[in-house]
Design a protein around this ligand. Structure first.
Ligand code: PLP
Length: 433
């Protein structure tokens, strides 16, 4: 048996930082990353044979819990029929139809056509290319602290790992490309109006996380998404709603289905849950826009593994099992964990706020609820690493960054929740020091 430390030392000799995605290196929590060998339901097991209750959930896809038997079986069956054909399969159409049917509200159907890709990064990148192709304009508006994947134009003031590493953007992005993205503060309609007043006829699209979850949870102000859609449309620009994280998680129709004020996005991006744990993401929108994509239209996009049959099988099985009972379990477990975390921190005298968007939540170490990236960054983030390390030592695996949501699954039953709840008081005391 090797130790996590031995695995990490070896990994660092083989891969930059020992990881294939930066936050996994545990740098911001000053801990040795755990190397996992198996997972089942709400639990993950590391190379040392230690089991943890998992609140990372593969960063979102594991919404039914790890290795859900129906998802595993669907993937095994698909694998037995062939790993990929580089040609169309009936399953792709079925998944596209499932996505279109679920994303509805009051009879609206914003998704008439779907293109399957492999990652959320590709989904947002393609949505932007499509918006540019449709409008003949170049500029994109994004919000500080929002994360839309790692394509060149979207890394400016990005959330998630870019925020965790406190990077303003990324080296290697040409200035000419960065200049095509206008970054403004979130939840600030004045800033939106200003940027459109100044450059409205050059803006192809605004891209927004439906309910931001990559700077911790920062709920949209009441009616923010609706106002954003109105302003963009008044200037002939599109609204790209990024539901890579929220899609099929906060409800069957994603944030689109539960925003207190209904609104009309033009393109919606999906990822994580829709691939059921395998690499799959999607872009959806009205036929008139989506059919600008090749082969019908002039906007090129393609992928060797797009619509891969294993990923499609995992996505379909996951959506099939996300019924109202699964959402009820997920919502109840989220509420129990969130409230227990908040009350443990209160009992330890730690200043914090519990931020929630539907069943997504995170804790922020601030007196007032942060509303944008600046107020998120002003919190006492130094309290998170000791909190995280205490939870880990007690067998609970949290996201290794204060800027991430806690991912609960429908498999977090009473036993898993009570293990988390039992670990919280000591972690809260560690955060108080
Ligand atoms: N958009 C949002 C809102 C995300 O949370 C993420 C990933 O965390 C992405 C896009 C990028 O997805 P991927 O990591 O699959 O490229």
């Amino acid at each position: 048996m090797t130790t996590n430390q031995q695995e990490f030392d070896r990994a660092r000799g083989a891969m930059p930082g020992g990881v294939n995605s930066p936050v996994r290196a545990f740098g911001s929590v000053a801990e040795t990353p755990r190397f996992f060998v198996s997972a089942s339901g709400p639990y993950v097991t590391d190379v040392e044979g230690r089991e943890y209750v998992d609140l990372v959930g593969s960063w979102g896809p594991a919404i039914l819990g790890h290795a859900h038997p129906a998802v595993v079986k669907a993937v095994q069956d698909a694998a037995g029929r062939g790993l990929g054909f580089g040609a169309s399969t009936p399953g792709e159409t079925e998944l596209a139809e499932l996505i279109a049917a679920r994303v509805t509200r009051d009879g609206s159907h914003p998704v008439e056509r779907v293109r399957l890709v492999s990652t959320g990064t590709e989904a947002t990148m393609t949505a932007i290319r499509l918006a540019r192709g449709a409008t003949g304009r170049d500029l994109v508006v994004k919000f500080a602290g929002h994360y839309h994947g790692h394509s060149d134009g979207l890394l400016a003031e990005a959330g998630s790992g870019v925020a965790t590493l406190a990077m303003p953007g990324s080296a290697g992005v040409p200035a000419a490309i960065a200049a095509q993205t206008l970054v403004i503060p979130y939840n600030d309609l004045g800033a939106v109006r200003e940027v459109f007043a100044a450059r409205g006829d050059e803006i192809a699209a605004v891209i927004v996380e439906a309910a931001p979850a990559n700077m911790g949870i920062v709920p949209p102000a009441h009616g923010f998404n609706a106002a954003l859609a109105d302003i963009a449309h008044a200037h002939g620009a599109l609204l790209i709603l990024d539901e890579v994280l929220t899609g099929f998680r906060v409800g069957p129709a994603g944030w689109y289905g539960i925003d207190p004020v209904p609104f009309a996005p033009d393109l919606i991006t999906f990822g994580k849950v829709v691939g059921g744990g395998l690499p799959l993401a999607a872009i959806g929108g009205p036929a008139a826009l989506m059919e600008l994509l090749a082969p019908l239209g002039p906007v090129y996009q393609a992928g060797t593994l797009s619509g891969n049959p294993l990923a499609v099988a995992a996505g379909r099985a996951t959506l099939d099992h996300l019924d109202s009972a699964a959402y009820a379990r997920l919502d109840a477990a989220s509420t129990a964990i969130a409230e227990a975390a908040a009350s443990a921190l209160s009992a330890a005298g730690v200043t914090h706020v519990l931020q929630r968007s539907g069943n997504l939540f995170s804790i922020q170490f601030a007196a007032e609820a942060p509303t944008d990236y600046d107020t998120v960054k002003a919190q006492q983030a130094f309290r998170y690493p000791p909190f995280f390390r205490s939870m880990l030592a007690q067998g609970v695996s949290l996201p290794p960054s204060v800027f991430e949501a806690w991912f609960v699954s429908a498999s977090h039953d009473d036993e898993a929740v009570s293990r988390i709840v039992a670990a919280l008081p000591a972690a809260a005391r560690a955060a108080a020091e």
